[in-house]
Write a protein that binds this ligand. Structure first.
Ligand code: PMT
Length: 408
């Protein structure tokens, strides 16, 4: 049976993988239809298992048509012998999305009174849960206790998002985005062309103290660096994300090292970069810091306050000076003569590739969801990447890294 959207997305490491998609009785069940289409378009072979409650939200025929497989809901289904074993044995991963509080409680208790819960107990493949429920339920300590029990049992929880809920409330409990769930699956399945890569990425601003209350920082949100970390993870790399203060949740499966100052970022980088195969410096590290941060809050007076600022250590230059053979990607945040200045930095810091962005332009760069960059490599190549969401820009940057390393 022809599958909807097959092959419309570039094959990730889901291509050819057998995914069990469990759907339970949440209003978010309708989103599983689009998730199924996305997984099929990435080349996955998906079989859907539903609870009775789920069928009150979305009919099985929809899933059967999109997956090209029968939908299963009955452990005593005459079509297959010992169904919970045969389906579980055949799967590379089992994603339950959405997962209701009831299903979470049953799984945490080891119950197996329907096909979906029996499968979760029989599966030898990675099991992932993407909860969806109202904020009050999500925050209930019994739900959180059940989730903790499942984490301890090795289940991957794909955290819900915060936003508008079916109840009209705004809060945590919205089903994670498709991209997050796909990334979680890809992260669990490993493989991928970068499975031997160890990538260190820096992201976000640094925050340089003036006194215990005040700091000097900048407008970096971390989105560009986090997108690069997620993209490397999706390719199967082991990823360490060294991040200044941001409001972002780290991508699933990525090691997060949180820092504040340029000095802390420098130490965190130098401790980890020796073992890396790729280093990407996307962070907006403060170029200057107060020479003498005060131990007590500086009192406001009539006289102007004069701060003496001193340069911070140049982390990138220190890394390229120490780590021969490491592929190093830097960024250049410029407001004029962007490509020219970036090319100068590429040379001065002895980089393999530099990502130039014009941070004076509205809608790209600092804080924006999109970016538009020019990739300049040490062989003189120049590649313009049009304005795209930062996740797509990150993929283009890593594609360019791949191409450069294949043809040194
Ligand atoms: O975080 P977002 O909101 O998504 O915004 C993304 C971004 C605009 C921050 C990002 O695209 C970007 O441009 N990051 C680099 C910002 C920066 O500091 O650029 P720069 O031209 O000032 O520094 C050049 C390079 O040296 C950068 O790789 C920087 O990380 C590095 N650097 C800077 C200072 C320092 N003390 N040590 C360094 O290694």
């Amino acid at each position: 049976m022809p599958r909807v959207g097959q092959g419309s997305d570039p094959p990730g490491n889901l291509s050819g993988r057998r995914i069990l998609l469990g759907v339970t009785g949440s209003i978010a069940a309708y989103k599983s239809v689009s998730l199924l289409r996305r997984l099929v378009s990435l080349g996955a072979d998906v079989t859907v298992v539903m609870t009775d409650a789920a069928k009150r939200f979305v009919g099985p025929l929809t899933f059967q048509t999109l997956s090209g497989h029968p939908v299963y809901d009955d452990p005593f289904d005459p079509r297959e012998e010992i169904l919970h074993l045969t389906l579980a044995d055949a799967a590379d991963a089992f994603l339950i999305a959405p997962a209701t509080a009831n299903t979470i409680a049953k799984l945490a208790a080891g119950a197996a009174d329907d096909l979906l819960s029996a499968l979760a107990l029989s599966a030898r493949c990675p099991v992932l849960l993407a909860p969806a429920m109202d904020a009050v339920m999500w925050e209930h300590r019994l739900v959180q206790r059940n989730l903790e029990a499942l984490r301890e049992a090795g289940v991957t929880i794909v955290p819900p998002e915060t936003g508008a809920l079916a109840s009209g409330l705004v809060g945590p409990g919205r089903l994670a985005s498709e991209q997050t769930m796909v990334a979680a699956l890809e992260g669990c399945l490993g493989g991928g062309s970068w499975s031997r890569e160890r990538v260190v990425v820096t992201a976000g601003p640094t925050s340089e103290p003036i006194d215990p209350v005040r700091t000097i920082t900048n407008r970096s949100s971390g989105k560009m660096g986090y997108a690069l970390a997620a993209s490397a993870r999706r390719r199967g790399a082991a990823v360490t994300l060294i991040s200044g203060p941001t409001r972002l949740a780290p991508p699933l499966g990525v090691e997060l090292v949180a820092v504040e100052t340029a000095g802390e970022m420098r130490r965190a980088v130098l401790e980890r970069v020796e073992k890396a195969t790729l280093f990407i410096m996307a962070a907006a590290v403060a170029d200057f810091r107060p020479r003498s941060p005060q131990p007590g809050k500086i009192k406001k007076g009539a006289a102007p306050l004069v701060l003496e600022l001193v340069p911070t250590e140049d982390i990138l230059t220190e890394v390229t000076g120490r780590c021969e053979g490491l592929f190093v990607v830097g960024f250049a945040a410029e407001t004029d003569r962007v490509v020219e200045r970036a090319a100068e930095k590429l040379k001065a810091k002895r980089l393999d590739l530099i990502v130039a962005n014009d941070v004076s332009r509205p809608g790209i760069g600092f804080g924006a969801d999109e970016n538009e960059v020019t990739l300049i490599d040490r062989g003189g190549g120049v590649l313009a990447v049009p304005r795209l969401p930062k996740a797509a820009v990150a993929d283009r940057i890593l594609d360019r890294v791949d191409a450069l390393r294949r043809s040194p």
